[in-house]
Design a binder for this molecule. Structure first.
Ligand code: M6P
Ligand code: ZN
Length: 184
């Protein structure tokens, strides 16, 4: 296999086969509650970066993928910078997240919308069960980096989140991160 390495101090992964993708504010329309605030910000600003090692072609049954995601500190209105979040296209596929640096929250949403948050800090390890949508918010003042490992056939279902959103959001209230449930 070609060289592949990880720097546990920074959480970054390296190697010829590592792919990199950036998510900038213009790609995150309607992700945050305050869309007007997002539209007024610098659209080229990077919100998060993903480093990916896809060991086998996407969709292959039985393989595993590895990723490293870094979310910049920042907010849209009072809502922390965060990933888009997704269910797995094959719903019964699980995933691990492990935090290497920074502070954040992992939002976990069940199919009927019940949403909880697990605090993320350096060294925290998170098991994302099957059938559970997942999204990470950076609640700190420095970049938040976490590692991820998931099945190569899991796929990403973003459409369900685009349509329904998460039932709860991580927002700053009185200078503290709080999980606010949507009024239904
Ligand atoms: C982790 C993994 C990836 C995911 C990335 C960003 O590295 O879960 O599969 O793509 O985070 O999250 P999202 O795709 O929800 O924006
Ligand atoms: Zn996932």
């Amino acid at each position: 296999m070609k060289s592949l390495s990880i720097d546990f101090a920074s959480g970054h992964i390296f190697g010829e086969a590592v792919q990199r993708a950036e998510k900038r504010l213009f790609e995150l329309a309607n992700v945050f509650e305050d869309e007007e605030a997002r539209a007024r910000m610098d659209q080229d600003q990077i919100v998060y970066t993903v480093e990916l090692f896809l060991a086998v072609p996407e969709g292959t049954e039985g393989g595993l993928f590895w990723g490293s995601t870094t979310i910049q500190p920042g907010r849209v209105g009072n809502e922390y910078f965060m990933t888009k979040g997704h269910f797995h296209a094959i719903r019964n596929r699980a995933e691990y997240y492990a935090t290497t640096s920074g502070m954040g929250a992992l939002l976990l949403m069940e199919p009927l919308g019940e949403t909880r948050a697990e605090p993320m800090r350096p060294g925290s390890l998170h098991y994302i069960p099957a059938d559970t949508a997942h999204r990470v918010a950076n609640t700190g003042n420095e970049p938040l980096t976490f590692l991820a490992c998931w099945p190569s056939d899991a796929g990403h279902d973003y459409k369900t989140i685009e349509r329904d959103g998460f039932q709860a959001r991580m927002v700053e209230i009185d200078a503290k991160p709080q999980l606010v449930q949507r009024k239904s």
